[in-house]
Design a protein around this ligand. Structure first.
Ligand code: THU
Length: 131
C-alpha cells in the first residue's frame, strides 16, 4: 500500500476516537515521521470550547512523546465527507516539525484526494529563524 493510503487508514481509524460532542465534527490525522513511524490523533473537544484541540495536534503530540521531531507527511480526514484543510494553528504546528516540502494529504471518506506542500498552505511561515 502506498504511504498516503496508509496514512489515510491511520487517520480514519484515529477519527473513531474523536471526542466532538459540541461540533459533531470528528477529525482524524496521521503523521509519518522521519524514522518511518506513523502517529495518529483525533480532535478532543471540551465544554470550555477554546480548550479543545485539533486532530493534527493530538497526532503531533504522540510523535513528540515518542521522541521524534520530524514530520515528512501528514494526512487529515473529517467524517463530514468533504475534504478539509488544516486550521491556521495546526499549519503552524506542522511547520514546527515539518519542512516547506512536507506533504499534506487532504482526504475524504474514500481516501487521499489532494496532496499539497506545507509551503503552499503556509507561505512565509513564521519560524525559529525569526527569533
Ligand atoms: N478540527 C480539527 O481537528 N482539525 C482541523 O484542522 C480543523 C478543525 C476540529 C476542531 C473542532 O473539534 C472541530 O474540528 C470543529 O471545528
Amino acid at each position: 500500500m502506498i504511504m498516503k493510503d496508509q496514512l489515510f487508514k491511520a487517520a480514519n481509524a484515529a477519527m473513531e476516537f474523536s471526542h466532538s460532542p459540541y461540533s459533531q465534527f470528528p477529525v482524524g490525522a496521521a503523521v509519518l515521521s522521519e524514522a518511518g513511524n506513523i502517529y495518529s490523533g483525533c480532535n478532543i473537544e471540551n465544554a470550555s470550547f477554546p480548550e479543545g484541540n485539533c486532530a493534527e495536534t493530538t497526532a503531533i503530540s504522540h510523535m513528540v512523546m515518542a521522541g521524534e521531531h520530524r514530520i515528512l507527511e501528514i494526512a487529515i480526514v473529517a467524517a463530514k465527507k468533504t475534504m478539509i484543510t488544516p486550521c491556521g494553528g495546526c499549519r503552524q504546528r506542522i511547520a514546527e516539525f515539518g519542512k516547506p516540502d512536507t506533504l499534506v494529504h487532504l482526504c475524504d471518506e474514500n481516501g487521499p484526494k489532494e496532496t499539497m506542500r506545507l509551503e503552499e498552505l503556509l507561505p512565509k511561515a513564521f519560524g525559529p529563524e525569526a527569533l
